[in-house]
Design a protein around this ligand. Structure first.
Ligand code: SAM
Ligand code: SF4
Ligand code: F3S
Length: 437
């Protein structure tokens, strides 16, 4: 009999991407085939995101599409993750032919259910227990890079954000589990790991009756590594990025020279209403401290524009902050009210037109800064971890630097997963071109 096949669509952040990848690998190890075409799969899984309405609308459209497809062929349809957690009832009512709903805390139970080979017919929902079970980090055959979840959930309750409502409170993965997983990856020849969580630097793992903080966890990890040369982590909340962590990065050969440090806004008044728990000045002095200790570091950020009550002067503060920090890149978002969060109830919500106008001004400014920063890098010698052939041109390879810069170069004698020395020669659009040295 032919093996059953699945197709998985993933939306949202690294946490979701990592969980989706784990689900895929677990299914493959348990006899499932991964379909390359959604119309040929027996099982379709949508791993969803609830952070913005746009993502939810797109996912609604996809569920509708699969419901339609179900009329012509037997597909089991699973809706998983953050949006499922937020909209359990509505999804059941609006999409009656969805077979399974899998909440944030039910992913592990869902995998076990599939492994037991039980029938996919009928309705089964997995909302799990109160405790989040971490899915183990996976690599694909020949893979050299892995996401390692170290914590889950968030206690910060930024007033605009749905994440604490759908992912629950912070839990830190036990130190021993993280270390044994990383040792396994190291022995499998992995070259780079990314430690992930909504706020990795508030990690507090239990060990011998005490707790281990994030910088100490990094120390423990580094002691054990052989094959793994590079360690990345994300995201970092500015209020928890300690001098101890800066010192740890500075003195490490393996911690990458890139910190993603979401600022969200440049006005202290807005930051306060966002419940970010730092001021503009505190953030800028943190940036100074980081740059003094690690001058070669690359800084990137997230910015949320159009928060309720944002004045023209608040917006200007954000533009000036971007210029002052001179970020290498920024993810920029238009504020989107999420039901159940504090800010959705705030007065003076901005019009969509105003938000869009500010967002495009912000994007233009950041694009210019990004380009200027890149131009200054031309001529630099960089170490690159090679990712493989470029999709656009198979005669070219691409890779990434420790500063997380994407670099394209002529097909080298090196292979995927190896490190090489290159010189940045010029920019083609936003991409660095390089030659081997
Ligand atoms: N934990 C990370 C932090 O503290 O920055 C961010 C996680 S969140 C999944 C990713 C980004 O989505 C946030 O940094 C924020 O800029 C954006 N975001 C969150 N809520 C949003 C909302 N209601 N509307 C638009 N963007 C939002
Ligand atoms: Fe959301 Fe704030 Fe938590 Fe980040 S720190 S996940 S923005 S509540
Ligand atoms: Fe989205 Fe959930 Fe991540 S809401 S951003 S997938 S934690």
């Amino acid at each position: 009999m032919e093996k059953p096949s699945f197709y998985l669509e993933s939306y949202g952040c690294q946490m979701n991407a990592a969980e989706s990848f784990s689900v895929e690998q677990e299914l493959k190890q348990r006899g499932w085939m991964q379909a390359t075409d959604e119309t040929a799969a027996d099982l379709v899984i949508l791993n969803t995101c609830a952070v913005r309405k746009s993502a939810e609308q797109r996912i609604h459209g996809r569920i509708g599409y699969y419901q339609h497809l179900k009329k012509s062929r037997p597909i089991s349809l699973v809706v998983m993750g953050c949006m499922t957690e937020r909209l359990k009832q509505e999804l059941r009512t609006d999409f009656p032919t969805v077979n399974m709903l899998v909440g944030t805390f039910g992913k592990k139970d869902f995998i076990d259910f599939l492994a037991r080979g039980e029938s996919l017919e009928g309705e089964h929902d997995f909302f799990g227990h109160d405790v989040y079970e971490f899915l183990s980090a996976q690599i694909s055959p020949g893979g050299y890079s892995a996401y390692v979840p170290i914590m889950h959930g968030c206690n910060n309750f930024c007033s605009y954000c749905i994440v604490p409502h759908v992912r629950g409170r912070e839990i830190s993965r036990p130190v021993a589990d993280i270390l044994s997983e990383i040792e396994r990856l190291d022995s499998e020849g992995v070259r780079e790991i990314t430690l992930i969580g909504q706020n990795v630097n508030s990690y507090a793992g239990a060990e011998n009756g005490g707790t281990l903080d994030f910088p100490d966890l990094l120390g423990r990890i580094e002691e054990r590594l052989d094959s793994i040369r590079w360690i990345r982590f994300m995201s970092s909340h500015p209020k928890d990025l300690s001098p101890k962590l800066i010192e740890r990065i500075k003195n490490s050969q393996r911690l990458c020279r890139h910190i993603h440090l979401p600022v969200q806004h440049g006005s202290t008044a807005v930051l306060k209403r966002m419940n970010r728990r730092y001021s503009r000045e505190a953030y800028l002095s943190l940036v100074k401290e980081i740059r003094n200790a690690i001058p070669e570091v690359s800084l990137t950020t997230d910015i949320l524009i159009g928060f309720p009550g944002e004045t023209e002067a608040d917006f200007e503060d954000t533009l000036r902050l971007i210029e002052e920090v001179c970020y290498d890149d920024a993810f920029t978002y238009k504020y989107n009210p999420r039901e159940g969060t504090a800010a959705a109830e705030y007065d003076s919500q901005l019009s969509d037109e105003d938000k869009s106008a500010r967002l495009s001004q912000l994007i233009d400014l950041q694009r210019k800064i990004t380009e200027d920063n890149k131009r200054k890098r031309i001529g630099s010698k960089v170490e690159v971890l090679i990712e493989g052939p470029s999709r656009k041109n198979p005669e070219e390879y691409l890779g990434r630097t420790s500063r997380n810069e994407m670099v394209v170069f002529p097909k080298a004698r090196h292979r995927k997963g190896e490190f090489g020395e290159f010189r940045l020669t010029h920019l083609a659009g936003a991409t660095f071109k390089a030659e081997e040295v």
